[in-house]
Design a protein around this ligand. Sequence first.
Ligand code: NAP
Length: 514
Amino acid sequence: MLLRFVRGALDRSPLAVRAVARERTQASCLHFPRGACLKYTNHASLPSTSAGAGAPLHFCVVGSGPAGFYATERLLKQLGSVASVSLLDRLPHPYGLVRTGVAPDHADTKNVIKQFQRAAQHPNFHFFGNVNVGQDISVAELQSCYHAVILAYGAESHNKLNVAGEDLRGVLSAREFVEWYNGHPDAQDLPVNLNSVQAVAICGLGNVAVDCARILLQKPARLEFTDIAEHALAQLRCSAVRSLHLIGRRGVTQAAFTPKELRELVTLPNVHVHMADDDLLLDEAEQAELKIMRMKRRIYDIIANAAKSPDPPGAERSLHLDFKRSLAAIHGGSDGQVEALDLEVNDLVRDPVKGTVRAQGTGRLQHLQCDMILGSIGYCSVPLPGVPFDSRKGIIPNSLGRVLRGDETSTPTAVPGLYTVGWVKRGPTGIIGSNLVDAQQTVECIKEDIGRLPPLRAHRVGAAALQELLQKRCCRAVSFENWSRIDAVEVSRGLMVGKPREKFTSASAMLACL
Ligand code: NAP
């Protein structure tokens, strides 16, 4: 019966939609473990809505990454059977960064997908993959069919290095590189030729930089049985990379990476680690910081240990930790390919009042040969037509998740029925689990606002209305059942080569399974 529900969700006829709704109401508990069913709140305990007590509430979540999925799960759990959630994604597959951001050798982090799959079995859940909000449908149109729209579309771009030579061949963003090795459809044609790359420079000292460094430095055999994209594994097998410079504008105690990820990198058995002894010298304020900040202390100790450890026997690759260096220029050959870069040596300057530390250039330059540069200085979100956007902060302006409209001359006010969650709400920081807390905060706002959500006047609303609109526009939406079929094909392709899955790396290849 469950299969019929899901299929019915995309059946366009009014009769089918009504039949599905009826079946859902009758049998919603049958497909849930007893405990899971009991957890759903009785809507009688919630404030009555603009549509009246107990009337259905239709929510639309834009973006099916961790923030979008956690928000969906919270809404379905906490608002009870009155709530129905449509989860949209511009790609045919769900899960966003869990699928295309988390490194392939961090399989445990992807276990959260099981939790999302359980949420997707809820009878009031509707997935619409392959729907590009802003192109296939506008936010205003979504608002006309849903009581609330929750924007969870993350950060689809990256900060630019802003140095001369950035456009040379071989200069890429770490964001694109991560997408490339994770089989993201946008990055399938990224020009990566590792068999002609001996020296790599990665700018930035965050976990994304560490992920990229680990993927490039470790033996490809360690990735053979992961879900890494086939094209990336093939390149890594014939990689000529011998040295990798991880470059940060500030010092050891200001680095953004976390101890676990750092340890994994500097203890790779085939890699020797180099750094300047001076970089381990700390001023008084830094020493005091290490005493009270356990994480910074751990990072310092890991780096200090790595620096003094003897080179592992047979280490054929080197990792250079270049602290207090800023990228000053990138140089290329006549063929337009990157060949080298200049680094400016920095001093660290502490603000006497705030205690913050900034990098200040000394004018001294260092020259470094390199064949590939990855800029890893942060992701950034992009505006969506018709939605307020703070381009300085790179987020949708919001208060606890309520989207705010207004400019410098007026007090910002909340846009009724419009919410945000995840990186586009708070900026590109935090681990997957941070989005759970974030989603809960946004859902709390929605619950508080329930009586004030804008009423829906359209004849058809929610998933049925969206389905009809998309059908009129010949937009081929992918339901969760359809995604499950693509998923099964990926898993069976993986089985043949000993991997958990062999991902399709284009939307058309995914759609061809259906
Ligand atoms: P991030 O943690 O914010 O690190 C960005 C790095 O870029 C910092 O070292 C920063 O240095 C540097 N930077 C920023 N602007 C710069 C500029 N103009 N010039 C030079 N350097 C600049 O960002 P991320 O690595 O992209 O990671 C994003 C989030 O995802 C983080 O919260 C991260 O922990 C998380 N993540 C987690 C994992 C994991 O748990 N395994 C994996 C990947 C990502 P300053 O400190 O000097 O600004």
